[in-house]
Ligand binder design. Structure first.
Ligand code: 5HM
Length: 322
């Protein structure tokens, strides 16, 4: 049991690195692996690690969470932040297994509600429920043995206990260096959003993984991460009361900035909840990184970032931050 995700992340990387159970070779990748890992995080709001050598992309983390929450599966949006994801797409336009959004947040028959709305309503009616589970991997995903994109997450369970909303995630496989960070980030953000819908506190987050692995190609980077002697500490920020309308507004800004069709400045931020204005400010910084490749990120944009986000941007794009 760990307090923050950073503690859990470094511990699991260290354990697999130092004492892996197996070495595997599948789908053209060689990895070291430990099976049946459970990480429990006491404060899932502290979901952002600050590890310089990781060069984490905090813009992508927020974009991916928003991509899920808005039920999307298009490359247009997500590949703007992570071009590598294009390789997983069979049709060049959408993702299947990696796109958890439609599975969690898209209304389906017979009641035209999404899984998320069903579990929230169940918990309102029956707070002690043990059925509040959203399924992700689907039975037909292995029909095509060459399917390039099979969901890694089996499901997410919410449990309201002791007045707090706990989440358990169940994954068949997880890349401990790359996937783990993004998955825990997005799932705990969904957990926090669910807690706001229910008007309760955020509880703990439990991350269960069948195959937890590190690709051998990533071992030098993992070693650099584990060798860091000091790490800066930045406070975690709580999500305010947030509606679907708030998220739609963030998504509108995201699209305009992704298409370089707007500039987001302090005046625009003034009318928004600071937490979500902060997320849009990250998209603004990324707009400048992508579309103003010859210039440093503007001081106005950097000034909108809270210190932890600014630090992450500096690690990721050191040449763009003066
Ligand atoms: O061979 P397989 O389908 O498991 O390859 C996908 C790999 O991507 C996973 O094993 C895992 O290492 C990584 N992954 C992850 O960690 C993929 C996804 C997409 O669903 C994810 N986390 N969310």
């Amino acid at each position: 049991v760990y307090t923050t995700f950073e503690d859990a992340y470094l511990a699991v990387l260290r354990e697999i690195r130092q004492a892996p159970q197996y070495e595997t070779e599948t789908r053209a990748k060689t990895a070291i692996e430990t099976t049946n890992v459970l990480l429990t995080i006491r404060n899932p709001v502290a979901r952002t690690p600050h590890i310089a050598a990781r060069k984490a992309n905090v813009v992508f983390n927020h974009a991916e969470a928003l991509w899920y929450l808005t039920g999307r599966d298009d490359l247009d949006m997500i590949a703007h932040y992570a071009p590598n994801l294009r390789r997983l797409s069979e049709d060049g336009e959408t993702l299947t297994g990696t796109a958890y959004g439609p599975r969690l947040f898209k209304p389906t028959k017979p009641d035209d509600r999404c899984q998320f709305d069903r579990v929230i309503e169940l918990l309102r009616r029956d707070p002690d429920a043990k059925r509040a589970t959203m399924l992700i991997m689907q039975p037909n995903e292995l029909v095509d043995p060459d399917n390039p994109d099979v969901a890694c997450t089996l499901g997410l369970q919410l449990m309201l206990r002791g007045g707090q909303l706990h989440m358990s995630a169940y994954m068949r496989g997880n890349d401990a260096m790359i996937g783990l960070l993004g998955d825990v980030f997005a799932f705990t953000l969904i957990q926090e959003f669910a807690a706001r819908q229910l008007g309760v506190e955020v509880g703990s987050y439990a991350h269960h993984v069948g195959s937890m692995h590190i690709n051998v190609n990533d071992l030098p980077k993992v070693d650099r991460m584990l060798a860091e002697r000091t790490r800066p500490a930045f406070p975690a920020e709580q999500m305010p009361a947030t509606t679907w309308t708030d998220l739609a507004e963030v998504a509108t800004w995201e699209e305009r900035l992704r298409k370089d069709a707007a500039v987001f400045g302090p005046d625009d931020a003034a009318g928004l909840k600071p937490y979500w204005a902060q997320v849009i400010a990250l998209f603004e910084v990324y707009r400048q990184v992508v579309y103003r490749a010859d210039q440093p990120v503007s001081p106005e944009a950097l000034a909108m970032l809270r210190p932890g986000h600014r630090w992450l941007i500096e690690q990721r794009w050191p040449t763009r931050v003066p």
